[in-house]
Design a protein around this ligand. Structure first.
Ligand code: ADP
Ligand code: MG
Length: 725
């Protein structure tokens, strides 16, 4: 075997599960130990200040300068006691990851060092914005940007080997107030859905609730590969996925990995990840093996969206950092390995009130049922009217390998409701008896009770991109590597839009008909119109694709086709109406998304070229040379070699093919790179020229991998990376 690969395997054979400093604290004690949360605030702030801050955190009220100074000081004292010397405004630029610039608390006074932290420094930072993507928003002469504290997400201490850093979750804007991050539109979308849902609740007669907020729980899938393999795979290092690799003899066909017993080294890793996340206040709850070999999942208990979105960023960071310590590399890419399942991030989404009600819970009384059906109707309309926009939020190069690939939801955005609930909808729409219930009466909202909906029965269809699962919707098409802000901004906004639409319709009709009848008719009318988006069958099937086309549901097969939807006139109008994005902001985001696509494919193309030229081709040629020599020597001795010559010929023609395909990729790459036109056209060129040529280079290389002497093959093989831990 190739010496490098052999060394990696020997190293793995000697690796033991890695222990970590657990301490003696039980989970309830260590949970949120590194968070400046309600407990810390209460004990360190005067009563009045605490109450005011609490309102800022839960109701989004503004933080005055006096209060900011008090909070900053308390936060600093707490952080310094734990050994922190620096703080950072922690934000989410439009790179898909988080950013931080550290400042120390130090100030100089008469030659002495003091540790200070003002309210001003807490509320506002001024990092240079010029090196973050802005999609053309920020002129080069106006490079300044500022970060602003988001009090709805608590500050935390991020511990590293030599001491903690105080991290303050912030939003990031240009000097002229345009959003340069993922957080700002998320906060704006929360405001929008709160406002519109409150109007609806008041219309339905709800008097107690004063605040509505979406909830979010992100199931996170990931792969682990041993670090010794990872470091020998330049494609994994540069792109997060394997650009080469022949199918191994065993893949996931035995179905023995899903929920299988967790390998000890992996379990040790998961335990440390959980410990670290608990200390950061992330309520992680479940861990298990996923379908593909070496694939795993972690899921937290759901929280308010801003907190959950930040917590998912922390999850991804911690998964990566702890992996290193355990001799693994954590792959968050949507498709690290061809031929086996990819990774997603199920985005579990619902809406709650400050009185503790889940607005997507069907409830038990006719009144609660009515509220549920109204909010359900809003979601159904939202997904049907804005399927294009939802599709756009999950459009990136990595997810293209997953969506529609028969192990992940199709790119057609339909809703799965389950049989009973679909029956209810049908009954409401048609006024005929429900099939399963054999009920004679028409479902009349606010008067008739819903049949009981067993929660478990709703979660059996894994082929649906958007499924109702008892009391929440699960948006399953989100990619594993994605920041969750983008899909949630859109979910919140389109549902706010639908709620506003329904409120307007009901208001317009209630004078004439009375409230109940108006609600009933508006719901019937809306469901009738948007029922086409409901689909309970197999989302992978060819029949569904044909039927969806007949129903007029859009099917944006690749990211490049979907990204432009962000700026469709109807979508811009909606973003502006609800104050979530200006037209300029939306356009800049679209450009960034196209650019990100081009960059991803460009890096893959260059990695593919480099590996093919400097690793695969030399290995194949070395093997060819050795075989040719061996055949010549045998022939000289008068031995029969015709079979061997045939094999040599087959291999040599594959090598010729590889050379030709490398040259083609190189030519296509140059064309794509210099392709003139809009960001969309540029992205299309990368997809049609580079991405397709890469597939061909891989095809030939993977074929050669099955023929070339194992001792010459430089890249760790699938059978090794996926099964040796
Ligand atoms: P699975 O989808 O694998 O069957 P679960 O049903 O346990 O798993 O839930 C998955 C995720 O959904 C968890 O993160 C959970 O906290 C989250 N979740 C549950 N209820 C809600 C809710 N009301 N709003 C948002 N997320 C929720
Ligand atoms: Mg799930």
């Amino acid at each position: 075997m190739n010496a490098e690969r052999a060394a990696a395997i020997r190293a793995i054979a000697n690796k033991e599960p890695v222990a970590f400093e657990r301490g003696t604290a039980q989970v309830p004690e260590l949970f949120a130990a590194n968070v400046f949360g309600p407990q810390q605030m209460r004990s360190r702030l005067p009563e009045a200040a605490y109450k005011a801050l609490h309102l800022c955190m839960t109701q989004g009220q503004e933080l005055g300068p006096g209060l900011a100074d008090q909070v900053a000081n308390a936060m600093k004292e707490w952080a310094i006691e734990r050994g922190a010397t620096h703080f950072t405004h922690w934000f989410q630029p439009m790179t898909g990851s988080t950013a931080e610039k550290h400042d120390s608390f130090a100030t100089l006074e008469d030659g002495r060092m003091l540790m200070e932290f003002s309210g001003k420094a807490l509320i506002k930072g001024e990092p240079d914005a010029s090196s973050f993507p802005s999609g053309g928003l920020r002129a080069t002469f106006e490079a300044r940007g500022y970060t602003a504290w988001d009090p709805t997400s608590p500050a935390f201490l991020r511990e590293t080997t030599n001491g903690p850093t105080l991290c303050i979750p912030t939003a990031f804007c240009s000097w002229t107030g345009e959003a340069l991050d993922e957080k700002t539109p998320l906060l704006r979308s929360l405001e929008a859905i709160h406002r519109e849902a409150m109007k609806m609740l008041r219309l339905l007669g709800e008097q107690k609730a004063t605040h509505v907020y979406p909830t979010l729980g992100c199931e996170q899938e990931y792969f682990l590969v041993d670090r010794d393999f990872y470091l020998r795979r330049p494609d994994l290092v540069a792109t997060g996925r394997t650009l080469f690799g022949a199918k191994p003899p065993k893949g996931q066909e035995l179905e023995d990995h899903y929920f299988g017993s967790i390998q000890p080294r992996v379990l040790a890793y998961m335990q440390e990840v959980e410990h670290e996340l608990w200390r950061l206040g992330v309520p992680v709850k479940t861990r298990h093996n996923e379908v593909a070999p070496s694939q795993y999942e972690l899921a937290p208990i759901f929280e308010r969206t801003t907190v959950a979105a930040d917590h998912n960023m922390l999850c991804m960071e911690v998964l990566k950092q702890v992996a290193q310590k355990h001799g693994f590399h954590c792959l968050l890419h949507e498709k690290p390995f061809a031929g086996i399942n990819g990774s997603g991030k199920h985005n579990n989404w619902s809406i709650a009130t400050d009185t503790g009600e889940n607005l997507l819970d069907p409830g038990h009384t006719p009144q609660a049922n009515m509220r549920f059906v109204v909010f359900l109707t809003a979601v159904i309309r939202a997904v049907d009217v804005h399927a294009d926009l939802l599709r756009c939020t999950i459009a990136h190069a990595g997810n293209d390998h997953r969506l529609g690939a028969n192990e992940a939801p199709p790119a057609i955005l339909s809703i799965y409701l389950g049989e009973q609930l679909t029956d209810v909808v049908d009954n409401i729409v048609s006024g005929t008896a429900a099939k399963s219930e054999k009920r004679k009466d028409t479902m009349r909202l606010g008067v008739t009770a819903l049949p009981p909906l067993p929660r478990d029965a709703t979660d059996r269809n894994r082929t649906s991109p958007f499924a109702f699962t008892g009391n929440k919707f699960e948006f399953r098409a989100v990619g594993s590597s994605q920041a969750t802000a983008k899909p949630n901004v859109v979910l919140n906004t389109i549902v706010a839009d639908s709620l506003a639409f329904l409120v307007d319709q009901i208001e317009a009709q209630k004078g004439q008909k009375g409230l109940d009848a108006a609600i009933n008719e508006v719901v019937i009318e809306t469901l009738r119109k948007h029922r086409r988006v409901l689909f309970n069958g197999n989302g992978y099937s060819a029949e569904w694709h044909a039927e969806a086309a007949q129903r007029g549901l859009p099917n944006f097969r690749s990211s490049v086709d979907a990204i432009g939807n962000l700026c469709a006139p109807k979508n811009i109008a909606m973003f502006e109406k609800f104050g979530v994005l200006t037209a300029k902001e939306a356009e800049s985001r679209m450009n960034i998304q196209f650019e990100a696509y081009c960059k991803a494919i460009s890096i893959e193309g260059l990695s593919c070229l480099s590996i093919a030229r400097t690793m695969v081709l030399p290995a194949a040629q070395a093997h060819q040379g050795a075989v040719a020599q061996s055949i010549a020597a045998a022939k000289a001795c008068g031995v029969e070699v015709s079979g061997q010559q045939k094999r040599l010929l087959a291999m040599s023609s594959l090598i010729e093919q590889l050379v030709a395909r490398i040259d083609d990729l190189s030519a296509q790459f140059e064309q794509a790179e210099s392709h003139p036109g809009t960001p969309a056209e540029h992205a299309r060129a990368y997809r049609d020229k580079v991405a397709t040529s890469m597939v061909k280079v891989r095809e030939t290389s993977d074929h050669l991998e099955t023929m070339v002497d194992d001792s010459l093959w430089p890249l760790p093989k699938y059978r090794e990376m996926l099964f040796l831990q």
